[in-house]
Design a protein around this ligand. Structure first.
Ligand SMILES: [Zn+2]
Length: 251
């Protein structure tokens, strides 16, 4: 049975030339998650796909698929938002590239969590209107791992099960995906990257809020650095891969 979908909201995550006139495009779509489709005649077609298949573009697409094993064919793409300001701001563009890499690594063909789609959209809108790129990235990462089912535990020590006392520093273990308290930390001198109480408090607060309330969080300074460091290392560990775009981050 052929599949035909129309007017599906989608973000462009990847776009590569295929042959002389086609493109293979990877989308992240509302309802269905990741989708790879061929855009036939993308180079020739003056109108249909012009300037629409760039990275990060927000579209409404229509496609067909003749059988489960065949490649989807893009039939229409209507531009909803090209995030034009994001493209002319290098720190924002680089941050969007990191978000794109995490999306490609984290979302299999079958992940269709609408929260992931909404989160990606929120992130691109925030970068496009000029919000602090590192701050936007930190909020994206805390929520992303939550939505894909790998929410790290910042409440209880993964060694002894106790809640690190108020005001006590702890560390984050990528292996166990959670906090390690000061006493348990002393037994493992390798995991000596200290998280201040302000950082664990901030992460827990972000984890508990929906996307619509992310704008109220303004992590900065050391808290922001520690959040980014935790989730970068956590991502590398979970995906068993280097996050290449991370090297291009400023500062
Ligand atoms: Zn402990």
């Amino acid at each position: 049975m052929p599949t035909i979908r129309s007017d599906l909201p989608a973000l462009v995550l990847d776009s590569i030339d295929h042959g002389e006139s086609d493109k293979i495009v990877t989308f992240f779509c509302q309802d269905i998650g990741k989708l790879t489709a061929i855009a036939k005649g993308a180079h020739r077609s003056k109108k249909r796909f012009l300037n629409k298949l760039e990275l990060f573009t927000f579209l409404q697409i229509s496609y067909s698929k003749s059988s489960p094993a065949s490649l989807s064919v893009l039939s229409e793409a209507e531009l909803l938002n090209s995030f034009i300001s994001l493209r002319s701001n290098l720190p924002c563009y680089r941050t969007a590239s990191i978000i794109r890499e995490f999306m490609l690594l984290a979302t299999g063909e079958t992940i269709n969590d609408d929260n992931v789609f909404k989160l990606a959209l929120w992130t691109l809108h925030s970068l496009d209107r000029g919000d602090n790129p590192k701050r936007v990235l930190s909020l994206f990462l805390v929520k992303l791992f939550d939505f894909i089912g790998y929410r790290p535990d910042f409440a209880f020590c993964q060694g002894c099960g106790k809640e690190p006392g108020n005001g006590n520093p702890a560390t984050f273990s990528v292996q166990t995906g959670g906090l390690v308290c000061r006493e348990c930390m002393a037994q493992d001198p390798n995991s000596a990257r200290i998280l201040t109480p302000g950082t664990t408090h901030m992460i827990r607060a972000i984890q508990q809020q929906p996307i619509s309330r992310l704008n109220r969080f303004k992590p900065g300074g050391m808290v922001l650095q520690q959040i980014l460091d935790c989730f970068y290392r956590y991502g590398r560990h979970l995906f068993q891969r280097e996050i290449h775009s991370w090297k291009c981050m400023d500062g």
